[in-house]
Design a protein around this ligand. Sequence first.
Ligand code: SF4
Length: 366
Amino acid sequence: MNLLGLDAQGMERLFAIIGEKPFRARQVLKWIHRRGAADFGAMTDIAKDLRAKLAAVATIEPPVVIGDGTAADGTRKWLLKVDGANAVEAVFIPEDGRGTLCVSSQAGCTLDCEFCSTGKQGFNRNLTAAEIIGQLWLANRALGVHGQPGGVGAGNRAISNVVFMGMGEPMLNLDAVIPAARLMIDENGYGLSRRRVTVSTSGVVPGMDRLAAECPVALAVSLHAPDDALRDRLVPINRKYPIRALLAACNRYLEHAPRDFITFEYVMLDGVNDSDAQAQALLGIAARVRCKFNLIPFNPFPGSGLKRSGAERIRRFAEVLQRGGLTATTRKTRGDGIDAACGQLAGDVADRTRRTRTVPITEVRA
Ligand code: SF4
């Protein structure tokens, strides 16, 4: 059994089975996540016989790093092998006063949003909780945090925020996403505040309700269109959960996170969704849910047939939203040199769907 993916509950359950006390489970959790221990022998305040017992039944196994590249702006991307056929990507984005890790939740994605490079690759499988939290574990190790005295949280916090915005739709893999998110906010894990862990969804309504009930971290919703006709095309899951149902789910979510707001992600596509009239229509949506907008300049990829809105159009679009009383920010394009910008995570997926791969495999090397 791989202990890396067990949250506090899971670890305590395992320790009960092997006849050990819950506080021992919390100690081991700290060793793994705060100090980055990969072998039981390093856990010096745990009795030798317990260490031997654990070594006999369990392992601590992160994914394997097969690519590691840093762009000129400091954005760093790891390509992680999760099995013989699949590799996923995690990206670290350093900014003044904060560091954000973007993690993947699936190898590929089933949903095929029109503007998304990952979606064009098809889908192979869900990641396990160990493979998801393993991205944060590996990033802390690579950034030198695990090696500092006290490890994660002892004043060494290179990663202050985690966003589930890499490959995959997190709401379609909640059995693994929820334990991973719980470890991120657990004080014996990574100790991040609930609002600094963001799960992003294209609008899978049942998943939003489950996450609200079980682990209501911050929520981002990929909106990308102000009406159902356009959203049906850009984000096909809209045909199942149209905007009205999506907004109702957003409001139910906020009942579990009363002082939060929803972040609506909106990719700026030239001549498709970027007119003043469409910005005005978004004000109608914003009147129905507590929210802010994050405008994302589109990153073109081969075969997409889409173009990024011009800088002046994006500025004007944001201005319409702001004049309407909304908070609207525009995401800085980061990591261009290593294909780590939003919507460009490609990884390497053994496609088991019948979708045609149109995007070349991206691999970065140190
Ligand atoms: S945008 Fe997200 S949900 Fe849509 S295809 Fe890409 S990874 Fe999947």
